[in-house]
Design a protein around this ligand. Sequence first.
Ligand SMILES: Nc1ncnc2c1ncn2[C@@H]1O[C@H](COP(=O)(O)OP(=O)(O)O)[C@@H](O)[C@H]1O
Ligand SMILES: [Mg+2]
Length: 233
Amino acid sequence: MMKVENLSFSYGRIQAIRDVSFELKEGEIMAIVGANGAGKSSLMKCIAGLLKPQKGEVHYDDTRLESAPHKVVEQGICLVPEGRWIFPNLTVEENLLLGGYTSKNRAGGMKRAYEMFPRLEERNKQRAGTMSGGEQQMLAIARGLMAEPRVLLLDEPSLGLAPLIVNDIMSIIKRINHEGISVLLVEQNARKALSIAHHACVLEQGQIIKRGTGAELAADESIVAAYLGKIKK
Ligand SMILES: Nc1ncnc2c1ncn2[C@@H]1O[C@H](COP(=O)(O)OP(=O)(O)O)[C@@H](O)[C@H]1O
Ligand SMILES: [Mg+2]
C-alpha cells in the first residue's frame, strides 16, 4: 500500500499542494481528478521524487520514499509523466530499452511490453516521434512498465487523444491493473478516470475536497456539474 501523508508543496509563493493525504491500496486503481492547475502534476512529481515537498511524506509498504527519482524507481514506483516525454528521434525499441535501464531482465520486459502492445512490436524500428498520439502514449506507458514497477503513476494519459483512443488507453490501464500493478491515475478527464477507478479524490486548488469510490464520485451531482460536463453519448 502507498500512503501519502500531509503533503504540501509550494513553488515560491504559489502553493500547489496543501496537506494532501490519501492511500493507494495494493492492487487498486486510484484516480485523482481535478481541473487544469489543481495541482495534479505537482502531486505526482512530489511522489516520484522530482520535487521535494516542504511538508509531508510518502510511504510504500512502511518504507518512506526517498526524494530522489532513481531511488523511487528502485522502490518500485514509476511515473509516466504528462506530455509523454518519449525520445522522438529514437526508435520504439530504443525508447523501451531506456525505460528498462534499471531492470535486470530487459529482454523479458521487452517481451511483456510487446505482448501487451502488439502495435509497438510491429513498429519497433519506427522513430517514436513519427507515431500517432495514442501510439506515443502506449509507448510511454510501456516504457514505464519496463522498470517493472509495483505502482504506476500516470499523469493525464488521455490528454489530447481522440475519444476512441482514450477508451483504448483506459482498457490498457485496467489490464495493467489486473496483472497486479497498483495505479495512481491523474486526469482532467474525470468521467473516464472515474469509470475505471476503485477509489478517487477530487483535487481543487491543491486540496482534496472530496473522496469516495469511483462510482460514488461519478454519481455525485456536484462533481458531475463541476467536472464531468455534459454527458456525451
Ligand atoms: N514550475 C512551476 N513554477 C511555478 N508555478 C508552477 C510550476 N508548475 C506548476 N505551477 C503552478 O502550480 C499550480 C499547480 O500546477 P500543476 O500541478 O501543473 O496542476 P495540474 O497538473 O493539475 O494542471 C498551478 O497554479 C501552476 O501554475
Ligand atoms: Mg498536470
